[in-house]
Design a protein around this ligand. Structure first.
Ligand code: SF4
Length: 460
């Protein structure tokens, strides 16, 4: 551990996760606060540390030097309905002017400062993508963690608990940590099994190929994909509501994985693990709520591995590879377009209107593109937007630089046993288990399977 670091968040997460795992968190919370405060007494007040411990426990900061006034079990056991990105204003006072990067990191000008330098977030403007958290050296901007209730759940053994691991996972936990070793490490932590979210991206790829066929019939038609990026969708909802009718009605692969597994095991709990902070908010959206129970970032999972002394690199390699190349490449910009285009060509080779894609990443470029589309200045009919530069491999909860992450994903995609969902036997196994013997019609139109993988976007 680096004791000189300004950002004490990883250290606090470590202590909270360790104590939660050992079952001593509620007895030791104030002791942890004192210990960390003393280590940083020249730079950090006790209240700041107390509030960071609260945020690590999934609670809002409060105006008190104690971690908890009264032990509020309900608040700690459930997922918060409040904003996921929050401010811990006491921390801003320690932040020298030259370190103030948070405002610059927000492309939406959602962060403002008062005369004392304390930040606040305009929730109307914030899309929740979370790069401001990385930019803040003092932990004044943070995302609520959900691992305290998750650890409790894993220790209770009361439900089957599945980890749905995002396509960007390849290589994130070290080059030597194969997907099979990571799976073993998660099983050791208490998960019942590990789902490759990319397999559920395969289902969505097929569904979007049928949607494209249905909605794009002339050279005037187009559709927006990237149902996998909640920030892109929220950007359209908030700033371009007139374009909402063009959004694919499919749920994200994250939601698809949870909805499908809960069809098989209604009492199952599903935890999404990925590089994305916005997924924490997506899981709480009214039309998809209840599918995903908890969301962890790769950074949070790495901290839990450290705190629980589980070393993925030392585990046995129990790989259960299930997704196609098309599902795995969702992790980087252009992947969704490539997957849907290839799949469409296999499903409906004689379609007259061929898929012509346009991909863009980063919120400023997404906005620019949407303005052009609004003005009729575009030539593509399948439009993919990703809020993070490089796509999900560039997400704020990642462990690797985006380029490195992309290379690992490419390699993992290249060894997939199927190229598209059309050749992936695992897709047909899921469809058959859900009562659809023939996979292709099962995912088109208004079939029960297509309904299961749809959402209802509502215009305000
Ligand atoms: Fe999340 Fe990926 Fe969108 Fe970034 S690009 S906000 S990581 S879904």
């Amino acid at each position: 551990m680096d004791h000189t670091t300004l950002n004490i968040k990883p250290r606090i997460l470590y202590h909270v996760a360790k104590a939660a795992w050992e079952g001593t968190l509620f007895d030791r919370r104030e002791e942890i606060c004192t210990m960390v405060s003393e280590e940083f007494q020249d730079k950090h007040t006790r209240r700041q540390v107390a509030n960071q411990i609260r945020i690590a426990m999934g609670l809002d900061p409060h105006d008190n030097d104690l971690v908890l006034n009264d032990y509020d079990e309900e608040a700690l056991m459930g997922m918060s309905n409040d904003s996921i990105i929050i401010t811990n204003p006491d921390a801003c006072q320690s932040c020298p002017t030259e370190k103030r990067n948070c405002e610059k990191a927000c492309p939406l000008q959602a962060i403002t400062r008062d005369d004392l330098g304390k930040v606040s977030i305009n929730q109307e403007k914030c899309l929740g993508e979370g790069h401001c958290i990385q930019a803040c050296s003092f932990g004044a901007l943070a995302e609520k963690s959900q691992f305290v209730p998750l650890i409790n759940l894993l220790k209770q053994h009361s439900h089957p608990v599945y980890a749905s691991i995002a396509p960007a996972f390849a290589g994130q936990f070290g080059a030597e940590v194969t997907p099979g070793k990571l799976r073993s490490a998660l099983l050791k932590m208490g998960f019942t099994d590990v789902l490759e979210t990319a397999l559920y991206a395969d289902l969505i790829t097929m569904k979007e190929a049928f949607e494209f066929d249905e909605h794009v019939k002339t050279d005037q038609d187009f559709m927006f994909t990237s149902c996998c990026c909640p920030v892109w969708i929220k950007l359209i909802e908030n700033k371009f509501p007139d374009l909402m009718e063009h959004i694919s009605p499919s749920v994200s692969p994250m939601i698809a994985s949870a909805r499908v597994i809960k069809q098989f095991e209604p009492d199952a709990k599903v935890v999404f693990i990925g590089p994305c902070i916005a997924k924490k908010s997506e899981a709480l959206l009214p039309d998809v709520k209840g599918a995903i129970d908890y969301v962890l970032t790769f950074q949070e999972l790495a901290t839990i591995f450290e705190a629980t002394n589980i070393h993925p690199a030392d585990q046995e390699d129990h790989e259960k590879a299930v997704a196609s190349w098309g599902g795995r490449v969702y992790a980087y910009t252009g992947g969704v377009s490539a997957a849907v285009a290839t799949t469409l060509e296999k499903l409906i080779p004689h379609k007259v209107q061929k898929l012509v894609s346009l991909k863009v990443d980063g919120i400023p470029d997404c906005q620019k593109l949407l303005e052009q589309i609004r003005n009729g200045q575009f030539t593509a009919n399948f439009i993919e937007g990703m809020a993070c530069k490089g796509g999900c491999v560039g997400g704020p909860g990642r462990l690797l630089p985006p380029e490195e992450g992309r290379e690992h994903v490419k390699k993992y995609g290249a060894i997939a046993l199927a190229n598209t969902p059309v050749e992936n036997p695992q897709v047909y196994t899921i469809l058959a288990r859900l009562g659809h013997d023939s996979g292709m019609p099962g995912l088109s139109g208004k079939s029960p399977m297509a309904e299961l993988l749809s959402r209802k976007l509502v215009q305000d």
